[in-house]
Each structure stands twice: as structure tokens, then as C-alpha cells.
Design a protein around this ligand. Structure first.
Ligand SMILES: [Zn+2]
Length: 490
């Protein structure tokens, strides 16, 4: 790295990079951090536990580097990470994507010749979503530590995971075991906007720098309730986002003489019908397995309906009951359609000739937009209304396998480390970088290893995002163990 250039361009980053040598977290153990009952503290610090204290400092520094997207400015975070890695004797490479926007990659080699199909990729994104600053009780970019929590935009999504990946990667380098495969660290840009600096662009420009057969990414969840880990969800698949415009046309004219072909009225009627429509349930292996596992910890009544979802006689009723209980469960069972935007009219006294609505659709993997639109066309049944698929649709990726060694390792280690909590494969309703990886034959899994309550989890993309420091430490330890069991040669 050219430090002169860095000094000239970004004096603040240098200070942060130097601070990385003495991370704040290393000097102030998190006194008063909320414990995670049900997971008794270990007798002694494992190497990963020890490095978690350093990782607190890296996480705090990364929060202080404002990577709100847009514009992202991930290059500054990439340089910080490269400096941390290089201090450990690990060569890091900055991969430029757009002005001020870069990814960073580093590799621990198992042999002189890389075998990409075996390699494990640790991936996390550096950009964060914006904040409504007035609604925060602390500065979202100051990494404030309070009552055992570290506050800041990105504390969970995704700088927590980024710092944990960094810690696990560095722990591996320090331990210097014989590896059975290459381990690659990758920090990506532009995940939140999926624009010109996204993982799609990164793959197009630099695939050979991080080609891998397996990957760990965000997207899962370790669910903490009443102080106990209830279950661990590992994301192995995701729904496909598609935007569709509904366009109603009519004759424009003076509002004093309304006619029946008013575009606004036709659009409103179409949107009302679509809003009340429920697409048919389609099961995937992952969703079947998810509900089977979840039934083992739900109350008797809920479990009964979960076990009946597929039953010939009362399956349909069970699907209705479960869908009504939780919008997430509803969205896991079927394609969903959310009308999100309406556009019509230019003047209060003019009937417009056209009115538009946007539908944000999330397809189950394997379902196609054409089939759904044929259904909606029949439902709306109005020659004045048509549909237009928008060009920003996500690509459908095959799910990751639930049968390989890596998934088995995640299941085994997570089960052991989280008091035998059940492990659920998860098909997320939101999109992550993993879809792009899966399209390149990577078996990618979303495993965010921090035990979090629903209340803390909901702060992602919301106000006062924070991570309990005890959960961060535990997560770093578990993540490092999962990785070590998969990559250390026996
Ligand atoms: Zn994220």
C-alpha cells in the first residue's frame, strides 16, 4: 500500500489504521456485558475468545469509518482492513471497482497450487444503509459502548460479521495449522444498493482472485429468547426480487365530466385485487426442513399446524393458520406481492391518461414471473391494465446443498456451541450477495453467529443498531471453530 498517498488523501484513516495496533476493545474488557445464560462462560479464553477482544476494536474502528451507501466510500474501510491484515504478515489486495469504491481480498494457502473448488471464502460487506440521525440516542458513527452493547450503524449488518471474519482469519494465520484447503477473506462493497460496485461487478472483474467452492456470509440468525439460544438458522437459499409496474390507461380529460375509463380508478381496482391475492404454496426442501425443525421447539398448537403443512387432508388449512401467524412464514411458503409505489396525475382538475403502481414481488426459487403474471392478468381481468417487468430483477440461484461436509460441520459445531439448539436451514425472503456466489457454483451459507434477541435483530437497518459485546465474543469464537473444523488438516 502506498502510505504517502493514503496520508495525503485520508489522514483520518491513517489514525484509524494505527489505532488498529492498539484496539480499544483489547484494553477495556467489556465489563457489565449482558451474559448469554444457557451458554455458561468457558473455563478459559480460547485463542478465538482472546482475539475477539481485539476484534471489538476492529469493529469499533470500522463503525467509525462511515460507509453509508450511497455513496459507500468503501475504499477507506478496505485500506483499514488491508493494514490490519498486513500487520499480521498477510498480503492483502485492494480490488478497485469505482472511484472511491473497492473490495479487499486476502488468502491463506494450503498448497502452492490453489484448488478453487475446495477453497472456503469468508465474505462480508463493508457498506451500510443510511441513518435517521435524529432518531438515534447516540452518534451512529462513534461506536459508543454502553451497558454491554456496542452501538453503531453496521454493528450487526454487516460490520459485526466483517470483524468476526477478520478475527477468525487472523486467528487461523496466528495458529498456523496445516490447512486442507485455501481460506480466502473477502470484504465486498455496494451490497445494500447492488449497483456498479456490487459483488456482481466484483465477480465479473476479479473472479479468479477469490474463486471458491464454499462460502460463509451473512443471512442466518442465532435466535436468543429469554436468555437462551432457541435455534440457529443457516441461510441456504433466497427468494428472488422482481419489480413489476402495473400500468392503467384511459382517456384523459376534464375532471368536471368523469367517464368510466378513468385510469386512476382502473389502477386502484387492479391494485386492490392484487393486494388481496395470495399465491399458491410451493414447498422447497429447505422450507420443509425449516418447519420440521422449528416444530420441535414451538408450542404444541403451533407445532401441530407446522407438522400438518404438507398433509393431504388438512394441509391447506394448516398453511392458512401458519401464514396468518407470522408474515415471515407466509413469505417462506409462497411468492409474495407488495404494492409499494403509486404514480398518477398532474393537476387536481385533470383526469390523467395513465396511472402506474409498482409491485415488489419476491419469487420462491424455481417459480417464474411469467406464471405469476399470467395469474394476475386473469385476476385483474381488465383490458385497460397491463404489466411491465422491470429490468432490475434478481437472478434465481440454485439453493446450497444440505448434504455436504461443510453444512454438516456448521450443524455439528453450532449445535455443540449453542447448547444443542436445533439448526434450521433457512430460505431468506431478502436477497444477499450469496445468490451471485451460488450462480458461480459456490455452496454459500448465511451464518451470522451472534446470539441476538428479535428486538436487537430488528434494529438492523433501523435506529440504534447495536450488538451485545458478549454475543459478539461468542459469535467470533463459534465462527472460528466452524472454520477451523472445516479447514484444518487432520
Ligand atoms: Zn447486510
Amino acid at each position: 500500500m502506498n502510505w504517502n498517498r493514503v496520508v495525503q488523501k485520508m489522514a483520518g484513516v491513517v489514525a484509524l489504521a494505527l489505532a488498529a495496533s492498539f484496539p480499544a476493545g483489547a484494553q477495556s474488557p467489556s465489563a457489565g456485558a449482558p451474559g448469554i445464560p444457557g451458554n455458561p462462560p468457558p473455563m478459559a479464553d480460547t485463542p478465538a475468545m482472546a482475539i475477539a477482544k481485539e476484534a471489538h476494536g476492529w469493529l469499533a474502528d470500522l463503525i467509525k469509518i462511515n460507509t453509508t451507501n450511497p455513496p459507500g466510500n468503501e475504499q477507506i474501510a478496505a485500506m483499514y482492513i488491508a493494514a490490519v491484515l498486513e500487520k499480521e504478515g498477510i498480503k492483502a489486495e485492494i480490488l478497485d471497482l469505482a472511484p472511491g469504491r473497492s473490495a479487499v481480498v486476502a488468502r491463506l494457502r494450503s498448497a502452492a497450487m490453489a484448488e478453487p473448488s475446495k477453497a472456503l471464502l469468508l465474505v462480508a460487506h463493508m457498506d451500510v444503509v443510511g441513518v435517521e440521525k435524529s432518531k438515534w440516542t447516540v452518534d451512529p458513527f462513534a461506536a459508543v459502548e454502553k451497558d454491554g452493547y456496542l452501538y453503531g450503524r453496521g454493528a450487526i449488518d454487516d460490520k459485526g460479521m466483517l470483524a468476526a471474519n477478520l478475527a477468525a482469519f487472523i486467528a487461523l494465520k496466528r495458529g498456523n495449522p496445516r490447512l486442507n484447503r485455501d481460506v480466502i477473506f473477502l470484504a465486498t462493497a455496494d451490497e445494500e444498493q447492488f449497483g456498479d460496485a456490487s459483488v456482481k461487478m466484483l465477480i465479473a472483474k476479479y473472479w479468479d482472485k477469490f474463486a471458491a467452492g464454499f462460502a460463509l456470509n451473512e443471512g442466518g440468525q442465532v435466535v436468543l429468547r429469554n436468555g437462551k439460544v432457541q435455534y440457529v438458522a443457516v441461510q441456504a437459499s433466497e427468494k428472488v426480487p422482481v419489480n413489476v409496474e402495473v400500468i392503467a390507461r384511459g382517456k384523459s380529460g376534464h375532471a368536471s365530466m368523469p367517464t368510466k375509463d378513468n385510469a386512476v380508478v382502473h389502477l386502484a381496482a387492479a391494485v386492490a385485487k392484487i393486494g388481496n391475492y395470495s399465491a399458491p404454496v410451493h414447498f422447497t426442501t429447505i422450507v420443509r426442513r425449516y418447519f420440521e425443525q422449528l416444530a420441535t421447539i414451538e408450542d404444541d398448537e403451533t407445532a401441530k399446524w407446522m407438522r400438518s403443512l404438507d398433509a393431504a387432508d388438512r394441509g391447506e388449512h394448516a398453511q392458512r393458520v401458519i401464514s396468518d401467524m407470522n408474515p415471515l412464514w407466509n413469505a417462506m411458503l409462497r411468492d409474495t406481492i407488495a404494492p409499494t409505489m403509486l404514480t398518477a396525475g398532474v393537476r387536481a382538475n385533470v383526469i390523467p391518461g395513465e396511472a402506474r403502481a409498482n409491485l415488489n414481488i419476491r419469487l420462491l426459487p424455481g417459480d417464474t414471473i411469467d406464471v405469476l403474471l399470467a395469474e394476475l392478468t386473469k385476476l385483474v381481468n381488465d383490458p385497460q391494465v397491463r404489466f411491465e417487468i422491470q429490468p432490475d430483477a434478481g437472478l434465481a440461484a440454485p439453493p446450497s446443498s444440505l448434504e455436504n461436509d461443510f453444512y454438516a460441520t456448521i450443524t455439528r459445531v453450532a449445535g455443540r456451541e449453542f447448547s444443542n439448539a436445533p439448526l434450521l436451514p433457512f430460505q431468506s425472503t431478502v436477497a444477499t450477495d450469496s445468490a451471485q456466489l451460488r450462480l458461480h457454483n459456490v455452496q454459500a451459507y448465511g451464518f451470522t453467529p451472534f446470539p441476538l434477541t428479535d428486538e436487537d435483530f430488528r434494529r438492523m437497518h433501523g435506529d440504534n443498531e447495536r450488538i451485545p459485546l458478549a454475543s459478539f465474543t461468542k459469535g467470533v469464537d463459534v465462527l472460528a471453530r466452524v472454520i477451523a473444523e472445516f479447514v484444518v488438516a487432520r
